[in-house]
Design a protein around this ligand. Sequence first.
Ligand code: FAD
Ligand code: MG
Ligand code: MG
Ligand code: MG
Length: 455
Amino acid sequence: TVGAIGYGSYEIYSKRHPLEQKPFDPTKRTVVVLGSGWGAVSFLKSINTDDYNVMVVSPRNYFLFTPLLPSCTVGTIELRSIMEPIRFITQHKTRNVKFYESECTDIDPESKTISITDVSDIKGSVSNTTIPYDYLVMAVGADNQTFGMAGVREYACFLKEVWDAQKIRTRLMDCVESAGFAKQAPEEVDRLLHMVVVGGGPTGVEYAAELHDFLKDDLEVWYPELADKFKITLVEALPNVLPMFSSQLIQYTESTFKQNKIEVLTKTMVKEVADKEIKVMDANKNLVSIPYGLLVWATGNCPRPLTRKLMARVKEAQTSPRGILVDDYMRVAGAPDVYAIGDCTFSKYAPTAQVATQQGLYLASVFENLARMEDGQNKKITPFEYSHQGSLAYIGSDKAIADLPFLNGNVSVGGVATYVFWRSVYISNMFSFRNRFLVVGDWMKSKVFGRDVSR
Ligand code: FAD
Ligand code: MG
Ligand code: MG
Ligand code: MG
């Protein structure tokens, strides 16, 4: 704690009095980083700006702590508590880091340039340009997987970005208020209060868990006339939820969900998405219609348009439709001086913040060694090795589950103590003292006053 407070006061001081930074040096190579998520920020935190000019291109000028995003959909935590402006992150570098809030729309590995577009609503006289790079680090993440199904983008809510959480929060309260509207038809009340989650991975499970807590702790208190009408259903195509966890924890999750009256429909495939209902093929191969008020879609990742564009440019080397192929040094196959990390790559690891962070850190050390080799030092670049720290998920009513690698074995734990552990892990993994302070404040606030039910 003393360390945390010490670091905190340093941070508060430096935020009020930004350090003076060196300007760009034309004799140094320029590294352009695409993205401001887990991979990009981990790389940025450790890249040595004495050796390189660094430029960042991302359509959002902040980092988002995604593990706590499900908590923001119901107001346990406020969104701004898990956002960190990219300039707060780069202020600690010795050299000024340029940031352009824009989307990279194309990469030309031949001329070593990228095209960027200002995607904000307000634009100046220039909103498209190209910039050259010496090295490019792609950390653009991934898109939401929809399996090309019509209606998903139109009617469902994703859960990946700040605006997704905002949309879910507003829609949920709209459903509740419309269900309570004067003389509302009983079957409409049932439909409006039916919240359906598609996808039984960690995001879908954690969202269902947060929603359950919100119903129990707050909505049933403030809307007693609707209390027995709320319903949550989780739809999963596989035989069970959370395939990356041990079978013991899968069972524990499913029984906790049962106790909490969250219906889990496994071996169930969504076939059609309309504005008020989805059609699914259930475990017995019957086509069933499920009316919903709120539909949350969390079925995993697919490559972004930019990622597909780059793969198409070097298609002899890029043979996987699922993401960018990189070697053990994070180099993009077929595109010299282009590196890729995190969810935009196709690798043997799961697409997690844990992987993206380790890859970002690793890549910064590669760049450090490249610079030292140019200075004539005898350095070697070793391949990337992933070290799995374990898997954690929140499952509702103050319970969490954890699979932790431990002395060549594996420990699986679940319950309230694990939840305390879950909280402390997330808090200690936040990049800034400011975020930690805000999140702990939000937790205390929702404990004392309950969650805010305003739209
Ligand atoms: P992201 O963090 O998604 O960052 C991508 C960045 O690229 C963003 O800044 C984006 O704006 C930017 N970008 C997009 N397009 C362009 C473009 N064309 N040009 C330039 N920039 C672009 N992982 C865990 O390990 N533990 C967890 O508990 C966990 N919980 C999660 C909960 C939720 C709700 C979600 C959605 C994910 C969770 N994950 C978790 C997964 C984790 O968030 C991702 O694996 C991680 O974000 C991947 O990092 P990334 O840098 O590859 O991509
Ligand atoms: Mg990133
Ligand atoms: Mg992120
Ligand atoms: Mg991608």
